[in-house]
Design a protein around this ligand. Structure first.
Ligand code: RTP
Ligand code: MG
Length: 140
């Protein structure tokens, strides 16, 4: 299996409820290793740029408001098949559709305030990691 890196965001609903450690524990239990991490407050411009792929979607404005409603914790996660493995442990976008034992089933409030983001392909992971981190900030 290939060792990969993926970009994870613990979203404002989780920082607001002080459950970032519980979310991180589930990521680590899934075999993912934090190789970079920081807590920050996204600006409107940063959130719009990060989610630019969704800019035509009806939920875009709400998503940007939510993602700027409080601090986030951004992480680079490393592990075997990290992109797919992270998506698996996150669960479906809408928590009512997410499998038992997944982060979103366990913690998400609704389809928007759904606790975590994870890159959806290796190509997007590389781009999203560059959005938040320099090479100097990432260490296995
Ligand atoms: P993410 O990008 O955050 O990892 O989530 P995802 O791939 O599972 O979902 P995606 O379709 O990329 O949507 C990005 C985020 O937008 C919010 N959303 N709101 N109100 C809605 O119908 C709706 N749909 C999506 C969620 O925060 C979702 O994670
Ligand atoms: Mg997505």
């Amino acid at each position: 299996m290939a060792t990969e890196r993926t970009l994870s965001i613990i979203k404002p609903d989780a920082t607001r409820r002080n459950i970032t450690g519980k979310v991180l524990a589930m990521l680590e239990e899934a075999g993912l290793r934090v190789v970079a991490q920081k807590r920050l407050q996204l600006t409107k411009e940063q959130a719009e740029a990060f989610y630019a792929v969704h800019k035509e979607r009806a939920f875009f404005g709400d998503l940007v408001s939510f993602m700027t409603s409080g601090p986030v914790v951004v992480q680079v996660l490393e592990g075997d098949n990290a992109v797919a493995e992270n998506r698996r442990v996150m669960g479906a976008t809408n928590p009512v559709d997410a499998e038992d034992g997944t982060i979103r089933r366990t913690f998400a409030e609704n389809i928007e305030a759904n606790t975590v983001h994870g890159s959806d392909s290796a190509e997007n992971a590389a781009q999203e990691i560059r959005f938040f981190f320099s090479d100097l900030e990432i260490t296995g």
